[in-house]
Design a protein around this ligand. Structure first.
Ligand SMILES: *[C@@H]1O[C@H](CO)[C@@H](O)[C@H](O)[C@H]1NC(C)=O
Ligand SMILES: *[C@@H]1O[C@H](CO)[C@@H](O)[C@H](O)[C@H]1NC(C)=O
Ligand SMILES: *[C@@H]1O[C@H](CO)[C@@H](O)[C@H](O)[C@H]1NC(C)=O
Length: 353
């Protein structure tokens, strides 16, 4: 098992933090034969190395950096209408499913009040394939599958995740449709399920299934509910890590810390799957085994000035909840994504738009 930590030199001064902060990226590869695997975590676990800080000085834009060379590597992207196929693994409440479904439906809900989830997706739509076709505007929920009885147990490995997807697409009753070009398979695990490297290194990841295991090459993502295992890591800022004294959690917009924390990770993975579904399209970094993708570049940035442990400027509701965008009937907190046209992280709640 190898873990590679890359420091990308996004150094900037933030309104709320006097010292320059460093946006650090962690990209993991676990087995040689299953790599690359794209990890996600919101929190820079590494100590900031003062000599790394010398690179930057003040930068105008969140995450902006002349060191980021995001490139297109000629592979396919999701230009056809996207259908999200959700597998609910373990025990899920109706109310929890509703929050997640409404977030996914909000991606294409162009009439939501700004700043809107559909405005956030506009940055993803800026990416194109070889023919110049943009990422699809349309993201819809497709048929779902419940895996209520933990078909592969309460501890999943990266490989057994593929077996869970296989079970869903080969089920005897109502198998999930197989659509490699427009289907995005989203495996969500309940708070009592441990997935390999969950919490320590990742909150979610995406990859594609192997024909040898599943029978097809299907782009998929996994995201776990961290509520019982590591909310301070994976549901930040609605929970905070113990090792940072004095930091207070923010109130989550939908009353469920674990699920509200998953929303940003789901957004992260869907944005990366759309732009890099087979890990040969849009990514930065010299090594395809350790791609740095459009959401990795903006990890932890949710608003103007964001970076390091500072989320950036957010919105506060009358009820005290913190969020940065509106969707169908709900508010959400979702990290920004890299805009390759302007070369910095953008989101619908940016103050300088
Ligand atoms: C910081 O980085 C520099 C150069 O990359 C290295 O020489 C130094 O040992 C690092 N310091 C620490 C404390 O890691
Ligand atoms: C498609 O991508 C191009 C290049 O990034 C961009 O200029 C254009 O605005 C995009 N179109 C849409 C509908 O987002
Ligand atoms: C894609 O979705 C749009 C609605 O967002 C719809 O009008 C269009 O017909 C769909 N295209 C295909 C090929 O299904």
């Amino acid at each position: 098992m190898t873990t590679m930590t890359m420091m990308i030199c996004c150094v900037q001064r933030c309104p709320a933090t006097p010292a320059p902060v460093l946006l650090s990226l962690t990209v993991l590869s676990l087995f040689l034969f299953i790599s690359p695997v794209i990890g996600w975590r919101p929190w820079p676990h590494q100590k900031i190395n003062a000599s790394d800080l010398e690179f930057g000085g003040s930068k105008k834009y969140e995450g902006s950096s002349e060191f980021v060379h995001l490139k297109y590597h000629m592979g396919p992207v999701f230009t056809a209408n996207i259908t999200v196929h959700t597998i609910w693994y373990g025990t899920w409440q109706k109310a929890q499913k509703r929050i997640i479904r409404e977030f996914i439906n909000s991606i294409s809900a162009v009439h939501s009040k700004p700043p809107a989830v559909s405005g956030w997706w506009k940055t993803v739509q800026l990416y194109t394939d070889q023919t110049g076709a943009n990422i699809s505007r349309s993201v819809r929920l497709g048929p779902e599958k419940n895996d209520r009885f933990y078909s592969h147990g309460k501890t999943l490995t990266r490989l057994s995740i593929q077996s869970v997807i296989k079970s869903a697409v080969t089920a005897r009753t109502r198998p999930m449709p197989i659509s490699p070009k427009s289907g995005l398979y989203l495996l969500l695990t309940s708070d009592d399920v441990y997935v390999q490297d969950f919490c320590g290194q990742v909150c979610g990841f995406h990859y594609f299934t192997f024909p040898s295991i599943v029978g097809f090459t299907l782009p998929y993502a996994w995201v776990g509910n961290s509520a019982k295992q590591c909310p301070g890591t994976c549901a930040y800022p609605f929970a905070v890590p113990d090792y940072i004294p004095g930091l207070k959690p923010l109130k989550s917009p939908n009353g469920d810390i674990g699920v509200d924390g998953m929303i940003s990770v789901i957004g992260h993975e869907i944005a990366e799957l759309a732009t890099n579904p087979l890990v040969n399209a849009w990514y930065a970094g010299p090594d395809p085994v350790f791609p740095v993708e459009i959401a990795d570049l903006c990890e932890g940035i949710y608003g103007t000035g964001g970076g390091g442990s500072y989320t950036g400027q957010l919105l506060n509701g009358h009820d005290g909840a913190t969020y940065n965008m509106n969707g169908i009937r709900r508010r959400f907190l979702v990290q920004w994504v890299w805009n390759h046209v302007v070369n910095y992280c953008t989101g619908p709640n940016a103050l300088d738009q």
